[in-house]
Ligand binder design. Structure first.
Ligand SMILES: O=C(CO)[C@@H](O)[C@H](O)COP(=O)(O)O
Ligand SMILES: [Fe+2]
Length: 230
């Protein structure tokens, strides 16, 4: 996985047909997705449950590009090995998920994959400063994690701007997760984000039998983000 600051669209399969993940992943990649975003929820760190590493391993077989695994679980450390072995290219853990985030990031990188750090909307960026040499991606949550289809929290745009200033030219992605649409994508792209996760805004209107809307939605979000960059 090489580093590029081009805008990347990462559809979240939280909005896909859960009985048809393989075909859904193939459909979004065929329709122009850059990364596939996989949300793991434990019903403890967040009030929703999705699936675990064996499902990620099954999904992996249907993804040609980047599998971006977002772990909304606590504790997280006991499960890093299993998710890495499932074939993730990026594993993102939450700063709020435990007291030893530095150890968590070390454990992810020990597998030779990219380490991501996610911040809930109420979490300031100050702690990131001391972890910059340990992260390949910072995920700014623009909704409270746990569900798709929520409204974008506008206060996070200033946070993205401050994070971009802190990161400077280091090869660290800024990922936005939650409420990304054609309306909000330009705000975060202009603020310095380069990976845009979008669930409901990508999957709306389409299905594995009718995947063209996925492509139209991905192109529209990408175009809106790129337009903001001039
Ligand atoms: O991690 C999460 C939610 O906790 C996300 O990845 C959502 O799946 C994004 O969904 P939309 O807000 O784009 O519908
Ligand atoms: Fe996510």
């Amino acid at each position: 996985m090489t580093f590029s600051r081009d805008i990347k669209i990462a559809p979240s399969i939280l909005s896909a047909d859960f009985a048809n993940f393989g075909a859904e992943c193939e459909a979004i990649e065929t329709q122009g997705a850059d990364w596939v975003h996989v949300d793991v929820m434990d019903g403890h760190f967040v009030p929703n449950i999705t699936f675990g590493p064996s499902t990620c391993a099954a999904i992996r077989k249907h993804i040609k590009g980047v599998m971006d695994v977002h772990l909304m679980i606590a504790p997280v450390d006991p499960y890093i090995d299993a998710f890495a072995q499932s074939g993730a290219d990026v594993i993102t853990a939450h700063l709020e998920a435990g007291p030893h985030i530095h150890r968590t990031l070390q454990a992810i990188r020990a597998h030779g994959i990219k380490a991501g750090l996610a911040l809930n909307p109420g979490t300031p960026i100050a702690a990131v400063e001391h972890l910059l040499d340990m992260v390949d991606l910072v995920c700014v949550m623009t909704v409270n994690p746990g569900f798709g289809g929520q409204k974008f929290i506008t206060s996070q745009v200033a946070k993205v701007q401050a994070l971009r200033a802190m990161i400077g030219d280091r090869p660290i992605h800024i990922e936005i997760d939650g409420g990304v649409t054609v309306e909000t994508a330009p705000l975060v792209a202009a603020a310095g984000a380069d990976v845009l996760v979008a669930g409901s805004a990508v999957f709306k209107g389409g299905s594995v039998g009718n995947p063209a809307p996925y492509g139209a939605n991905i192109r529209a979000i990408r175009a809106a983000a790129m337009a903001a960059l001039g």
